[in-house]
Design a protein around this ligand. Structure first.
Ligand code: MG
Length: 206
């Protein structure tokens, strides 16, 4: 099924908010990634040629049922062009270019979630070329999945099959062509991607 919307939360782990020099607000900080920026269960991530500093952000992704309950989970990468995001933050402009490019949301296969208690304390990790870069536990979230879902449903036109991205722990960093990225939600799912960068368009000769 085509994913319509990806509702993402920023600054949901205190240690990551700190590394970004961001303050934590009481209200969840929600932004959108285009549903069409998702690539589900692919082995390669092809980044646009114009990106320069794409950072990995490992996150627990949650899929909504026809009745808008959380029914499935996955491990996902909220890929972010950090230079463009920093520029947008400075200028007070939207983050779309930094967050919604082609393949900006890499998602593993999904696992079933029967009760929300099953996801309340899962270990999340990410390795780049076998080096551990990010580690956290879902119990460290500032806004729990239940709280995030109720906030998003209250304010936005949420659809069946939409994804929630629940935020990233500290340790975000750049990805380069050829990198092998492994992300895991312990005991549930693990996925490995290879990073590629698309070739720039050929310049036209006249
Ligand atoms: Mg994120």
């Amino acid at each position: 099924m085509m994913i319509r919307n990806i509702w993402a939360i920023g600054r949901n782990y205190a240690d990551h908010a700190k590394e970004m020099g961001a303050t934590i607000s009481e209200r969840p900080m929600i932004f959108l990634k285009a549903g069409s920026s998702a690539s589900v269960n692919s082995t390669e991530i092809i980044l646009p040629y114009w990106t320069q500093e794409v950072h990995h952000e490992v996150e627990l992704a949650l899929k909504l049922s026809p009745h808008l309950h959380i029914i499935e989970g996955a491990v996902a990468l909220d890929l972010t062009e950090r230079n463009l995001q920093s520029e947008a933050k400075k200028q007070g402009t939207p983050w779309t270019l930094a967050k919604s490019f082609h393949n900006a949301c890499a998602v593993s296969a999904f696992f079933m979630i029967r009760k929300l208690e099953e996801i309340q304390d899962l270990r999340l990790r990410l390795w780049v070329n076998d080096e551990l870069r990010q580690e956290g536990r879902t119990s460290q979230m500032i806004h729990s999945p239940a709280k995030m879902l109720s906030y998003v449903k209250e304010h936005f036109p949420v659809c069946p099959g939409d994804l929630l991205l629940t935020g990233t722990p500290s340790g975000v960093g750049p990805l380069r062509a050829g990198d092998r990225v492994k992300a895991e939600i312990e005991g549930q799912i693990s996925h490995t991607w290879t990073i590629q960068v698309e070739a720039p368009p050929a310049t036209e000769n006249t």
